[in-house]
Design a binder for this molecule. Structure first.
Ligand code: NAP
Length: 479
C-alpha cells in the first residue's frame, strides 16, 4: 500500500515513524516548507516555548534525556523534532518545498496534485496539517500606514532590532505573554495592547539538573515513569477539570490564578486592569511565571483603551492617545477552522470538502469524514486541544487509525470512512456535552465556533483514551 502524509510537523513525523514500524515502506511526506517541525519551525518569536512539560511533550517512542528545562524553549523542541526525523529515517521520505493543492478520491485511490505541477497517487492519505497554522491578522485600520516594522508573532522578523526600540504587542494570548516576558528587558519601551485580560497560572520553569540528565541517560525507565506521572497530573489537573466547570480541580485552578494576580501585582489600579471578568480557563489558560513581573517593569505599559487605528508613527487608541512605536507585533492568533484547507479535497463522487465544511469543519472523532474514504486526520476538527500534550493526542489517534489501516492492508475492506449517522451522532453528543464545560461560561475565545460552541473534545481525557483504544466498526462504512 502506498501512503501520502501531508505535513512534516509533529504529527507527520509521528505518522511516518509508526507506518514504517508497522512494516509499510511506500510512504511519501509532502512538506511545503524547507524544514520539518511545523509549529516549532514557524514560531520563532522571543520566549517561544511549550507550556506542556518537555518530558510529556515528547514522543513516547523517543524519550529525550537532554531536555534543559521543565518547559524547554522552542528551538530545543524544534531540534528534537529534527533529530527524531533523522534518527527514524523520516527525512528520506520527505519532499520539501512541495505544497499539496488538490486531492481527489477516484477508483479507490487518492490522486494528489502539488503546486509545482507534480502528481501522485496513494491508497491512504494522512492529513497532518496542524490546527494553529494560518495566522489571523487583525482587522485594524491603517496597518499599512505604519512606518515601522509590523509582523505576526508566527512570522517573526529577526532582522528587526529590538534593543532600545519602542515595541507594541497586540494581544494577550499565550504567544503575547511569552513574548512580553522575553523582550521587556531588551526593548526601550513596551506597550501591551490588551483587549481582554487573561488569567495567568504561575508555573515555575526550572532547569533540569546535570545530575537528572545523566540519570535519565542511564535509566530510560526513570524517564518513562516521569512521563506517566506528568501525564496523570496534566490529565487530572487540566484536561478533566475544564470539561466540568464545577469540579474541585477547576475551582483549584481558579484559586491559583486569583492568588497569582493578588500576590504578584502591587499597584491596585494595574491589578484591576489585569483582572478578567470571566472564569479562569474559559479562554485557553495561559501559563507564565513572569508575565506580571514583566508588566511591572518601569518601561512596560499596559494599554487597555481599544485600538482605534494604526498610524505612521504608532497606534492611536480610542481615548485619542498616540502610542509611538518602532515595531508592532501582532500576537493575534490563528484561523483555527482551516485544517487541511486551502487544499481542495474531493471525496466519493467528486463531493467537495469545501461544501461539506462550508459552515464549519467537523469529522467523526475528529479523524474521519463520511464519503472521504481512506483519508485520516491527526489533530483534526473538534479534537482535544486543551492545556495538554498534542503529541499524546496524535499518538492515540494514530494507534486508532492504524487499526483501520490494518484492515485495508489485510483486504478486510478496501474503503473505510465514518458513516453519516455516526458522524452526526458524534457531533450532536459533542455539542450537548460542551454545555457543561468551562469554555461556555462567558468569554470570547478561539475555542468557540461561529455558534459559540467549543470546537473541541468536551469529555475527559480518559474517555478520549478509551475511544481511541479501538474503532467501533459499526460506525464505519466498510466497502
Ligand atoms: P490567541 O490565544 O488566539 O490570542 C490572540 C490575542 O489577540 C487575544 O488576546 C485577542 O484578544 C487578541 N486580538 C485578536 N484580534 C485583535 C484585535 N483586532 N485587536 C486587539 N486584540 C486582538 O493567540 P495566541 O496567543 O497565538 O495563542 C493561540 C494558541 O496557540 C494558544 O491558545 C495555545 O493553544 C497555542 N500556544 C501555545 C503555546 C504554548 O506554550 N504551548 C504558546 C503559544 C501559543 P481577545 O482575547 O479579546 O480575543
Amino acid at each position: 500500500m502506498r501512503f501520502v502524509i501531508v505535513g512534516a510537523g509533529m504529527a507527520g513525523i509521528l505518522s511516518a515513524v509508526k507506518l514504517t514500524e508497522a512494516g509499510f515502506d511506500d510512504i511519501t511526506l509532502y512538506e511545503k516548507a524547507d524544514r520539518v517541525g511545523g509549529t516549532w519551525r514557524e514560531n520563532t518569536y522571543p520566549g517561544v516555548a511549550c507550556d506542556v512539560p518537555s518530558h510529556l511533550y515528547s514522543y513516547s517512542f523517543a524519550p529525550n534525556p537532554e531536555w534543559s528545562h521543565t518547559f524547554s524553549p522552542g528551538p530545543e523542541i524544534h531540534s528534537y523534532m529534527e533529530d527524531v526525523a533523522r534518527r527514524f529515517g523520516v527525512f528520506d521520505r520527505i519532499r520539501f518545498g512541495t505544497e499539496v493543492t488538490r486531492m481527489e478520491f477516484v477508483d479507490r485511490r487518492w490522486r494528489i496534485e502539488t503546486r509545482d505541477g507534480g502528481r501522485d497517487e496513494a491508497d491512504v492519505v494522512i492529513a497532518a496539517t496542524g490546527v494553529l497554522h494560518h495566522p489571523r491578522y487583525p482587522d485594524i485600520d491603517g496597518l499599512d500606514d505604519f512606518a515601522g516594522s509590523v509582523f505576526h508573532s508566527a512570522r517573526w522578523d529577526h532582522s528587526v532590532e529590538l534593543e532600545g526600540a519602542r515595541v507594541g504587542v497586540v494581544g494577550t494570548g499565550s504567544s503575547a505573554v511569552q513574548i512580553v516576558g522575553a523582550i521587556v528587558d531588551t526593548v526601550g519601551e513596551l506597550h501591551l495592547f490588551q483587549r481582554t485580560a487573561q488569567w495567568i497560572l504561575p508555573v515555575p520553569n526550572n532547569p533540569i539538573t546535570d545530575t537528572d540528565r545523566s540519570r535519565f541517560r542511564g535509566d530510560p525507565a526513570a524517564m518513562r515513569e516521569l512521563r506517566d506521572q506528568l501525564s496523570k497530573t496534566f490529565t487530572e489537573g487540566f484536561a478533566n477539570a475544564v470539561v466540568n466547570a464545577e469540579s474541585p480541580q477547576m475551582k483549584n485552578l481558579e484559586l491559583l490564578c486569583e492568588a497569582n494576580l493578588e500576590n504578584s501585582v502591587r499597584d491596585p489600579d494595574l491589578r484591576e486592569r489585569l483582572r478578567p471578568n470571566y472564569r479562569a480557563a474559559c479562554k485557553r489558560l495561559v501559563i507564565s511565571p513572569n508575565f506580571y513581573d514583566a508588566l511591572q517593569r518601569p518601561n512596560a505599559h499596559l494599554v487597555t483603551a481599544g485600538i482605534e487605528r494604526v498610524e505612521r508613527d504608532g497606534v492611536r487608541t480610542v481615548d485619542g492617545e498616540l502610542h509611538e512605536l518602532d515595531v508592532l507585533v501582532l500576537a493575534t492568533g490563528f484561523r483555527v477552522d482551516r485544517f487541511m484547507r486551502p487544499i481542495e479535497v474531493f471525496g466519493r463522487g467528486g463531493i467537495a470538502l469545501e461544501t461539506i465544511w462550508a459552515k464549519r469543519p467537523s469529522a467523526y472523532l475528529s479523524i474521519s469524514i463520511p464519503d472521504f474514504p481512506n483519508l485520516f486526520m491527526l489533530n483534526g476538527p473538534n479534537g482535544p486541544v486543551g492545556n495538554f500534550s498534542l503529541i499524546d493526542v496524535a499518538e492515540l489517534q494514530f494507534g486508532y487509525i492504524m487499526q483501520l489501516v490494518e484492515g485495508l492492508a489485510a483486504g478486510r475492506w478496501r474503503e473505510v470512512s465514518a458513516t453519516h449517522e455516526a458522524a452526526e451522532r458524534f457531533e450532536a453528543d459533542r455539542v450537548e456535552a460542551a454545555k457543561s464545560t468551562v469554555w461556555v461560561t462567558g468569554c470570547r475565545s478561539w475555542y468557540l465556533d461561529d455558534r459559540g460552541i467549543p470546537a473541541v473534545w468536551p469529555w475527559t481525557f480518559d474517555r478520549f483514551r478509551e475511544e481511541m483504544s479501538k474503532p467501533n466498526l459499526a460506525d464505519y462504512e466498510l466497502i
